[in-house]
Design a protein around this ligand. Structure first.
Ligand code: HGY
Ligand code: MN
Ligand code: MN
Length: 415
């Protein structure tokens, strides 16, 4: 008897992908929107069908709890996120939540009660695509969310706390999402790799050793708007050409420190009309590295290079650090459990670093964390073409199931 109902998993992934602000061009499901609430409602229904009691915490994390025989022992938490980037893929985050629900559904359908309770969590706002402050739900659970996080605003000027109110939350309550570490035994997250290594190695899944730390900045470059036809080139304070030189400097510095990566992902040029010299540019800078020290040192090198370019051009630069998450190591104990499950299925136990951020980074502040990566086609992610095959999804969810059985069931065999 197949242990998993993979077609049910695929149907659910496909269904969630239809809940999007954009009808075509991938999935756009920002947190604290109609789309995120509709997604929460259907995921809650699937959790309840799996015998879980479901509640939403102080920041709208959706938490399904499958009671164990010992209600007082710390829980096993399985999670990921169901928000997306703009025009993203179907699998990023969603796959981990659907896989967690599938494993609990299998226990429920077999009337197996784990010794420790299992919680499946759909974290809110992992991506930070709307407010540019990522890991909102998991950082709140780890007690790392701050009042100023709630004051960050989206492009329409709506603050995170306004957006929380719009979905019926009281933002003053966000601190209640903090989890007592004594109540959580360990955390598992299954996620698409969002990179090319598993495909290159022709493996369906692998074990994550660590997750790169991230620094996310908002910046503003102030120059002088002017008439595109009359201001001589030598007298201009063009904020956009200054930003362009800064971006080339950032890229040139990043190229000296692989695997560190740096990205200017958003630029807003003002006033943004063809016959006016850009006076202001507002943008974002995202720097990632698995080496915490080097990440901080290179970030300061990049910011001083930008300041120097602006000085030479008579521009003013303002950089604001919006979120930072330190590089995280996964628990050696959970790495070993995942490796053993891979070996048991004759899969090469590939060890991977994650350049992408995940909720596991924040939850590492609460308990041991482990991650399973699933091969994704050509490593494409944060893009409508993101794809993971049903057989790879099945294999990775089987690995997750094995680790869950090890973590919270006396027997390690369930057929
Ligand atoms: O941006 C990231 O690394 C993740 O996809 N949130
Ligand atoms: Mn993700
Ligand atoms: Mn993502």
């Amino acid at each position: 008897m197949a242990r998993l109902n993979v077609s049910r998993m695929i149907e659910r992934i496909e269904y969630l992908a239809t809940i999007s602000a954009t009808a075509e061009n991938g999935v756009t499901r920002f947190s604290f929107t109609d789309q995120s609430e509709r997604a929460n409602d259907i995921v809650q229904q699937w959790m309840e069908e799996a015998g879980m009691k479901v509640h939403r915490d102080g920041v709208n994390n959706l938490i399904g709890r499958y009671e164990g025989t010992d209600p007082y022992s710390p829980v096993l938490m399985i999670g990921s996120h169901i928000d997306s980037v703009k025009e993203g893929g179907k699998y990023d985050g969603v796959l981990g939540v659907i896989a967690g629900i599938e494993v609990v559904t299998q226990l429920f359908e077999r009337e197996i009660r784990p010794n420790r309770s299992i919680e499946v969590v759909a974290f809110c706002d992992e991506e930070g695509a709307r407010f540019h402050t990522s890991l909102i739900g998991s950082r709140a659970m780890a007690g790392q969310l701050t009042d100023e996080d709630l004051q960050t605003a989206d492009e329409q000027g709506i603050t995170l706390s306004d957006a929380m109110r719009q979905v019926g939350l009281d933002p003053a309550n966000y601190a209640s999402a903090k989890r007592d570490p004594k109540t959580v035994h360990s955390y598992l997250e299954l996620h698409i790799e969002q990179g090319p290594i598993l495909q290159e190695e022709n493996q369906p899944c692998g074990v994550v050793m660590g997750i790169a730390g991230a620094l996310r900045y908002n910046f503003c470059i102030l120059g002088m708007a002017g008439h595109a036809g009359t201001v001589p080139m030598s007298l201009r304070k063009d904020a956009l050409t200054g930003t362009a030189e800064m971006m080339m400097a950032i890229e040139q510095i990043a190229n000296q420190y692989p695997p560190l990566v740096a990205t200017v992902g958003r630029l807003n040029v003002q006033p943004g009309v063809g016959n006016v010299i850009p006076g202001t540019v507002v943008g974002t800078l995202d720097i990632r590295d698995t080496d915490e020290q080097r990440k901080l040192q290179v970030a300061s090198e990049m910011l001083s290079a930008c300041e120097q370019i602006c000085r030479q051009r008579g521009l003013e630069s303002r950089f604001e650090l919006v979120t930072q998450s330190p590089a995280v190591r996964c628990s050696p104990r959970l790495v070993a459990l995942i490796e053993n499950a891979l070996i048991k299925r004759n899969i090469k136990p590939l060890k991977l670093q994650s350049g992408a951020g995940h909720d596991a980074m924040a939850i590492a502040g609460v308990c041991d964390v482990g991650m399973i990566f699933v091969r994704c086609k050509d490593g494409v992610s944060h893009h409508p073409d993101e794809y993971a095959s049903p057989s790879d999804i099945e294999t990775a969810t089987e690995i997750l199931f094995d680790v869950v059985l090890n973590e919270c069931i006396q027997t390690s065999e369930v057929n």
